[in-house]
Ligand binder design. Structure first.
Ligand code: GLU
Length: 293
C-alpha cells in the first residue's frame, strides 16, 4: 500500500481557523513527501448532525483535497473488535468496573505516574469479575507492561509520556479513541500523523499499543495550536473563527487561506501554491495567536 497522511476531524461542530490550519499542515506534510492524503471522520463520539457536511465543505474551500472516499469510524466496528480480540487472546486486556469517581478517589499505585489508572481491577478473581458483571457493564483496559514510552516527533524530537492501563472499549460499548486511531491508521496505510500538539501526551499510549499489535511505527508531527489573545486554545466563543463567521464579516475563504499561510511563513493564497516553499524545519514552533477580526 502507498504511503499516506491524513486529517481526522471529530464531527462535533464547525472547524475553526485552528483546525483548518492543522488540516493545511497535514496536507502540506503529506503532499510534499509524495504521500496520499486521506480523510477520516472520527464519529464514534460526539457526532453532531450536519457537522460533517460543513467540515468537508470548509476543507475543500480552504484548498485541502483528499484521495479516495471519506472513511467513517462508525463503519469500522469489526476492525476494532478484531484488534481487541487479538489483545485479549494475548492476555493483554482486562475488564474494569470502576466508575470515574472510584478512579479519582482511589489511592494511586506505588511508582505509578500521576493521573495513571490505579489498577483497581487489574487482578480481580474470576468470582469477583462475575459478581461485578451483575451490577455494571465492564470497560476493557489494556494490561500495560510499561509506565512510559518514547516517540520521535518531527517537531518535538524525542518525547516520553505516560502509558497506563488505558481504556480500549468503554463500558457503553464504544471503542476508545486511542484504540480506534491506531487500528485505523494502520489499516489505511497511514505512516505520517500530523495533528495538533494537544494530542502529543496521548501519543506514547498509541505508539505502545501499535507495538503490541505489531504495527510499524509512524512519523509524527504535532503542530502548534492556534490560541486567542489570552493564550487559551481557540474556541467558537472567540468571535469570528469559522469560515462562515469570517464570510459574515467580509473575509473570504481565499483571504482566510492567505492568513493561515502567512501565519506559517508561507507564500501564496492556497496550500497548492505554498507547496514548493513548504519546509517543516522552518515552521513556527510557537502557537499562532489569532488576532481576531
Ligand atoms: N479526532 C481528533 C480530533 O479532532 C484527532 C485525532 C487524530 O488526529 O489522531 O481532535
Amino acid at each position: 500500500m502507498t504511503r499516506a497522511g491524513r486529517f481526522a476531524p471529530s464531527p462535533s461542530g464547525e472547524l475553526h481557523v485552528g483546525n483548518l490550519r492543522t488540516a493545511v499542515l497535514a496536507w502540506l506534510f503529506a503532499r510534499s513527501t509524495g504521500r496520499r492524503f486521506l480523510l477520516r471522520v472520527e464519529d464514534l463520539d460526539r457526532a453532531r448532525a450536519g457537522a460533517e457536511t460543513q467540515q468537508l465543505r470548509d476543507l475543500a474551500e480552504i484548498g485541502v483535497t483528499w484521495d479516495g472516499p471519506v472513511v467513517h469510524q462508525t463503519d469500522r466496528g469489526r476492525l476494532y473488535q478484531e484488534a481487541i480480540r487479538r489483545l485479549e487472546a494475548a492476555g493483554l486486556t482486562y475488564e474494569c468496573f470502576c466508575t470515574r469517581r472510584e478512579i479519582q478517589e482511589a489511592p494511586s499505585a506505588p511508582h505509578a505516574p500521576q493521573g495513571a489508572y490505579p489498577g483497581t481491577c487489574r487482578d480481580l478473581s474470576t468470582a469477583e469479575i462475575q459478581a461485578k458483571r451483575t451490577w455494571r457493564p465492564a470497560a476493557i483496559r489494556l494490561r500495560s507492561a510499561v509506565n512510559h514510552w518514547t516517540v520521535e516527533d518531527t517537531l518535538h524530537g524525542s518525547f516520553t509520556g505516560v502509558v497506563d492501563d488505558f481504556v480500549l472499549r468503554r463500558n457503553d460499548g464504544v471503542t476508545a479513541y486511542n484504540l480506534a486511531v491506531v487500528v485505523d491508521d494502520a489499516e489505511q496505510g497511514i505512516d505520517q500523523v500530523v495533528r495538533g500538539d494537544d494530542l502529543l501526551p496521548s501519543t506514547p499510549r498509541q505508539a505502545y499499543l501499535a507495538s503490541l499489535l505489531a504495527i510499524p511505527s509512524v512519523e509524527y508531527a504535532h503542530v502548534p495550536l492556534v490560541v486567542n489573545s489570552d493564550g487559551a486554545r481557540l474556541a467558537k466563543r472567540d468571535g469570528a473563527v469559522t469560515l462562515r463567521d469570517l464570510a459574515a464579516v467580509g473575509i473570504s475563504a481565499r483571504e482566510a487561506r492567505r492568513r493561515i499561510l502567512v501565519s506559517l511563513g508561507l507564500p501564496g493564497d492556497s496550500p497548492e501554491a505554498a507547496l514548493s516553499a513548504f519546509n517543516p524545519a522552518s515552521l513556527p514552533r510557537e502557537p499562532w495567536v489569532w488576532p481576531g477580526v
